[in-house]
Design a protein around this ligand. Structure first.
Ligand code: AMP
Length: 411
């Protein structure tokens, strides 16, 4: 369907035609009319499907159509809650781009950055607010944010927000908004806890599903390498020298692991940078921009830092560590093979990660092809190398990466 058939008004159509969008993506085609009709929506859609425009365009239109005449002070009427700073910034950019011919004001709030400039922008008045949960609640507590005029609340990447332990924050934010409001919930995957949240806060929602639960990008060639934990660095170097070319995103489970791999690759002459939760926001943005501008061709990231970031034309994804949450595998490899291009994923599995691979294969209902021809094969009888894994941080922190208490520090 063409955008001009979606009942969008002129300022918005003008902005999207400048972006050279003509045809709405499936999630846009389905979501835009429902949002314009003020329905609650629960949408299963990954990044890369055009989901940001699917909610941003109709929200801009609804707010534009209902703008107060004259110069009345602006009130926050749309709120988008996003799990990560990077994603929040990207969403803000999208609203600004699509709304450039409206006079609607958008701003973004996130932690890890100075709070005073954010307060100043809020004081001047905004129509659309994008925010990560913690900073939003912080500013609300300081009475700098008034959520009592919210007409539309968007919960983006709901599954990740719940994985990050934001459930109470989300419920609190929802309660701070007026009772009668429209809620749009987007999630790359639909585990039971997301459905349960939707059932508690959404009102008779319409369901949209553009990514079936267990789908992995069909355009991604997947390969699985069984390798001892202690040989993963060597395998990575071997593949980078001989097999994997182009723009590469490498995932590691912990920030300790990210730093260690970055150092090693840099020492070996690779142009590399990294993003994880301990890095300053400006450094994370610089790394991402360097990757997008092709100044570097390898970016190493933890899942939380990388979720939602839109990097196009990625040639390969390396799962240096196998994710312990099976849905994360789908997100990671979905970073390549986007927009009809072919991509490749390489997963390094050590003895203690075999159970993760089992869960992933069960979820995607596919056996990932195993690559046996490499110099560092894992002895099939090898026992898990639990105590060799120094990269997972100090021993005392190692007991439960998934526990609520430890969650923040591991990413
Ligand atoms: P998202 O899933 O929102 O992260 O969007 C992924 C990418 O697709 C972004 O770079 C958008 O600018 C782009 N995009 C979104 N909608 C369209 C469209 N209808 N036609 C072409 N590109 C689009």
């Amino acid at each position: 369907m063409q955008f001009k058939d979606l009942q969008l008004n002129k300022p918005i159509l003008r902005a999207i035609s400048e972006k050279n969008y003509e045809i709405a993506t499936p999630v846009q085609e389905q979501t835009i009319p429902l949002v314009l009709a003020k329905k609650d929506v629960i949408a299963s859609a990954q990044t890369g499907t055009g989901k940001t425009a699917a909610f941003a365009l109709p929200i801009l239109q609804l707010l534009f159509d209902k703008q107060d005449a004259g110069k009345k002070a602006k009130k926050i009427r749309a709120l988008v809650v996003s799990p990560t700073r990077e994603l929040a910034i990207q969403i803000e950019e999208s609203f600004k781009t699509y709304g450039k011919y409206t006079n609607l004001k958008t701003t973004v709030l996130f932690g890890g950055a100075s709070i005073e400039p954010q307060k100043d922008v809020l004081k001047k008045g905004v129509d659309i607010l994008i925010a990560t949960p913690g900073r939003l609640l912080d500013l609300h507590k300081q009475e700098c944010v008034n959520l009592s005029f919210i007409e539309t609340l968007v919960l983006d990447e709901a599954d990740l927000m719940l994985d990050m332990g934001f459930i109470d924050d989300i419920k609190k934010i929802e309660r701070l908004c007026p009772k009668t409001k429209q809620i749009l919930l987007f999630s790359a995957t639909m585990p039971a806890k997301v459905v349960a949240l939707a059932n508690t806060i959404l009102n008779n929602p319409e369901t949209i599903d553009v990514t079936p639960k267990s789908s992995t990008a069909e355009t991604v060639n997947q390969a699985l390498y069984y390798v001892p934990k202690t040989k993963k660095m060597e395998l990575c170097l071997h593949l980078l020298r001989n097999t994997i070319k182009g723009d590469i995103l490498i995932f590691r489970r912990t920030k300790f692991g990210v730093d260690k791999l970055e150092k090693m690759l840099r020492k070996n002459g690779y142009k590399v940078d990294s993003i994880h939760g301990d890095k300053l926001q400006k450094d994370r943005e610089t790394a991402l921009n360097k990757f997008k501008d092709k100044e570097i061709n390898i970016l190493i990231a933890t899942d939380v830092a990388s979720r939602g970031i839109d990097i196009s034309n990625l040639d390969a994804v390396i799962n240096f560590d196998i994710p312990n949450i099976p849905e994360t595998y789908i997100h990671r490899i979905g970073r390549t093979g986007r927009a009809g291009l072919t991509g490749n994923s390489y997963s390094f599995c050590a003895a203690d990660e075999k159970t993760y691979i089992d869960s992933i294969q069960k979820l995607i209902d596919t056996k990932i092809p195993v690559e046996k021809e490499h110099p560092y094969p894992l002895d099939p009888n090898a026992k898990p190398e639990v105590f060799i894994n120094k990269e997972n941080g100090p021993k005392k922190n190692r007991k439960s990466a998934g526990s609520k208490k430890n969650k923040k520090r591991w990413y």
